[in-house]
Design a protein around this ligand. Sequence first.
Ligand SMILES: NC(=O)c1ccc[n+]([C@@H]2O[C@H](COP(=O)([O-])OP(=O)(O)OC[C@H]3O[C@@H](n4cnc5c(N)ncnc54)[C@H](OP(=O)(O)O)[C@@H]3O)[C@@H](O)[C@H]2O)c1
Length: 262
Amino acid sequence: MTLDLHGSSAVVTGASSGIGAVVAARLAARGADLVLVARRTDRLEELAARLRAEHGVAVDVVPADLTTPDGVTEVVKAARAADRPVGTLVNNAGFGTHGPFVEEDPQRVDDEVALNVTALTNLTRALLPDLLAHASGAVVNVASTAAFQPLPRMAVYGATKAYVLSFTEALSVELRGTGVHAIALCPGATRTEFFDVVGSEEPAVGRFQTADQVADTLFRALDRRRPRATVVSGRANALAAALVNVLPRRLVLAAVSRVTGG
Ligand SMILES: NC(=O)c1ccc[n+]([C@@H]2O[C@H](COP(=O)([O-])OP(=O)(O)OC[C@H]3O[C@@H](n4cnc5c(N)ncnc54)[C@H](OP(=O)(O)O)[C@@H]3O)[C@@H](O)[C@H]2O)c1
């Protein structure tokens, strides 16, 4: 079944680059009007113009810093102001920091938790009633393969993504029978601007995927009648995630610290 999103709108955070930009384009191709969110307005305007022209959908651009409560409020206001009811929420905006925790910039760490955890939670809480009123759709929270095990030298990032995974899986159970699905999308290393922001490719594990491959994984999941709550992108990543789930934590930590240099 191919999911048809005509008549609904989709909110995508972090749509100015990488996975968010590609997912937004796929949602437009399925007929969804869009509410695109990020700080770099020029990038969002460029994408919006292209998607309006290619797919004839309505696209609103919302410049917002989601590390702030005002940023989250702006997005909720814009989502409610859209002509179509919200049918899809993609909490994709996120970034990672790298290095020994004690040496990390405290403000940067605070922003990382505010964006990856607080904004994602608050946007979901604010917009979920709208999705439920529509009685169909999905909350897609972008986690990571980093969610499956602790990550020395990326301790905060790994912990934020473990939160996203746990929160989303719990939500998926609460939403059973409502027509709304919660999906934790878990990409592995993906060729985007993510590692530019991290400042190093050192923590990248395994073969890189493209943002298109990650979007393929997501839309295969969304096209299922009953999407799984946890969707890992890439066979090797899925295998590694499955292994981590069955191995003793002590062994996992030892293996991970060899890879991350922790
Ligand atoms: N790439 C990977 O290897 C990988 C692997 C697993 C999971 N992920 C996850 O995938 C998601 C998307 O990342 P990506 O790989 O596509 O990286 P990316 O190209 O760096 O995109 C990150 C997006 O988040 C937005 N963003 C960052 N800070 C923001 C803020 N304060 N307020 C609002 N928006 C903000 C950025 O837009 P502005 O800078 O314009 O605000 C950008 O659109 C993230 O949650 C990331 O953790 C990535």
